[in-house]
Design a protein around this ligand. Structure first.
Ligand SMILES: Cc1ncc(COP(=O)(O)O)c(C=O)c1O
Length: 410
């Protein structure tokens, strides 16, 4: 097929004249292809899918019922711009109740259509060409991608087991500090499962003031915290002077598809975000904002979600440990991040986590997501579908049988 006349018009940020011609296959596409192969080669063996990165349950019935009412209210029909007061007030009340963080709902909270677009828009508030965003890796890359779109660059802070999955700021040179405008954190961390301590956040606040950068703490998994009660960056003295936190109802409230979250923290940053957002979208549907506000009023919802994923993670830790993995209960999230096996008893060697993951999918029909950004690790998610605890146990037992026969070496 010949190129369209506009082939030379694509912006460099998405590949320029070569846009659409790459042959590189991305990680999630490789996983999809491997799953198709496993199903073709072993049609009678069901896939055990630990690769899914989204909640398995629908939003709670109470929230869906509320949505059904809200959808018929005429006042919800129009543009919502930067959001309605009801949602902002519910978010502020949630922050006060859950973390003891006091926010002015008018000036320090703004909704977003999920946390992903908020992370995409925040670099627009700060990044000029040449500026740096510090990003932890492995991690959720959206703020980094948009930093590059604005001509900035990303400095990667590896999260390694040796550093307890916290960034090592000591490796940064004066030049990097000088160009740094943003530090993007994410705790509880996806995919490592690490939670952050008050001491860590205190250090971050000290550094932010010293080197004059803004902190964006991605709290998408905030309510899925197991080794400590859910904890907010903004609860640490000084945090409100240096940054914002980005929240989501996706994970803790089983509302992934509803697309609702918020940015909160320093008033001037929230305002800058709202200005950029106002030039990008016209707000989430009012009915969704009101149903989400009702969800935020009900602390039982995230408590149930947390208990379910904690139970499933405990079962998975036991199953993987028996198969030889160095599996430990994560501090938070619904992910278990474990060192990948190095090979098999038959002499097969895995050169990286991706090779181990491909083997497990194609030969054992067990799906995981490989991470090779900071050492070879596999991410097992406990968001698989199982309608009862007995079904969870059956799935664990099938996984244990398959793993036992592989002869994994670590
Ligand atoms: C770390 C992290 N941040 C943000 C998001 C985006 O979540 P949402 O846009 O559904 O709020 C995700 C989703 O997977 C995530 O894992």
């Amino acid at each position: 097929m010949s190129d369209p006349y506009f082939q030379s018009l694509f912006a460099d940020r998405i590949g320029g004249i070569n846009y659409g011609k790459g042959t590189e296959i991305y990680k999630f596409e490789k996983i999809k292809r491997a799953k198709r192969k496993a199903l073709a080669d072993f049609p009678s063996r069901p896939l055990i899918d630990f690769g899914i990165g989204e909640n398995d349950a629908m939003a709670p019935e109470s929230v869906r019922r509320r949505m059904a009412e809200e959808i018929n209210k005429p006042e919800n029909r129009g543009y919502m711009d930067n959001g309605n007061a009801r949602f902002k007030e519910a978010a502020a009340a949630f922050m006060q109740r859950t973390f003891g963080v006091k926010l002015d709902p008018v000036t320090q909270v703004n909704h977003s259509i999920g946390s992903k677009p908020a992370l995409a828009m925040l670099p627009a508030c700060f990044i000029n060409p040449g500026d740096i965003t510090l990003m932890t890796v492995p991690g959720y890359p959206v703020a980094g991608t948009h930093t590059r779109y604005y001509g900035g660059s990303v400095f990667r802070l590896p999260l390694t087991a040796e550093n307890n999955f916290l960034p090592n700021f000591d490796e940064l040179t004066p030049d990097i500090w000088q160009r740094t405008k943003l530090l993007v954190l994410n705790y509880p961390n996806s995919p490592t499962g690490k939670t952050a301590t008050r001491e860590f956040y205190e250090r971050v606040i000290t550094l932010a003031k010293k080197h004059e950068f803004v902190v964006v703490q991605d709290a998408a998994h905030a309510l899925l915290s197991y080794d400590q009660p859910p904890f907010s960056f903004l609860a640490v003295p000084g945090a409100m002077e240096v940054g914002v936190e980005v929240y989501s109802l996706s994970k803790g409230y089983d509302m992934i598809g509803w697309r609702i979250g918020w940015v909160c923290g320093h008033e001037r940053i929230v305002r800058a975000f709202a200005d950029v957002k106002d030039n990008s979208d016209s707000g989430q549907f009012g009915a969704i904002q009101n149903a989400a506000a009702a969800a935020l009023d009900d602390d039982e919802i995230p408590r149930r979600t947390r208990a379910k994923y904690m139970r499933r993670l405990e079962k998975l830790v036991a199953t993987l440990s028996r198969a030889g993995f160095a599996a430990k209960m994560p501090g938070g999230t619904y992910f278990l991040y474990v060192p990948a096996p190095k090979g098999l008893a038959d002499g097969t060697k895995f050169e990286n986590a991706e090779a181990a993951s491909q083997y497990l999918i194609t030969q054992q029909s067990i799906v995981t997501v490989p991470w090779d950004d900071a050492g070879p690790f596999l991410r097992f998610s406990v968001t698989y579908e199982a309608e009862s605890e007995a079904a969870e146990d059956a799935l664990m037992s099938a996984a244990a049988d398959r793993l036992a026969q592989c002869g994994l070496l670590f």
